[in-house]
Ligand binder design. Sequence first.
Ligand code: ADP
Length: 239
Amino acid sequence: MGKLIDENGIRLDGRRWDEIRPITIEIGVIKNADGSAYIEFGKNKIIAAVYGPREAHPKHLALPDKAIVRCRYHMAPFSTEERKSPQPSRREIEISLVLRRAMESAIFLEEYPRSIIDVFVEVLQSDGGSRCASITAVSAALADSGISMRDLVVGCAVGKIDGQIVLDLSDYEDKEGEGDMPVAYMPNLDKIVLLQFDGIFSEEEFKKAIDLAILGNKKVYEILKKALIEKYFSMVDEK
Ligand code: ADP
């Protein structure tokens, strides 16, 4: 019997090894943005807003053949148990970068030459796995903005707790566990666009973790797809 998984295979929050936390996604929550979304992923509460594509300012940033993407991931000072400094931390700079790179794999940048796409992520409440939840929210916001994409991008982490590979670590499991591997995925193209890793896995555990991450990502995708369909069908009904 471990301290994070009991003898019946149940984790501290009641989940089994292959279960994700409850997810709700709302599309179109920020009036002034070109696209936006709000996600609750377990106790994570995150808003993503997209502005653009619009003319790049300052102009020297512009590229003649494709759009550039700027991304800011930010955690509100009240989003964590202990007040987080409002200054951008190294972690926020890193997450902004990996989110941008993941989204650049999906967006048809060459359709928007000389323009800029700004992506803002505000974490209102965090509980582990916020970069994965943020990717899903950004993808929803980009879809809401109508920007052309090869595929949606979703995110879900896997990790190791009490020696077992499990899906979607909570903050506590992340801190007490032995490894965390956030994965973002394009489900229709079957491509991984982000993979980070903190911990030690054997080769066999790594293979199991990848399969499990893809399974988790497919579950997230079903929820995202449903949220997008609901939003756009309700718009058709209103007409
Ligand atoms: P992710 O949120 O993608 O899992 P990390 O593994 O870096 O990213 O962080 C895990 C969790 O640790 C976060 O979701 C958040 O709940 C918590 N955390 C991160 N930074 C801070 C901070 N500066 N103060 C308090 N808690 C934090």
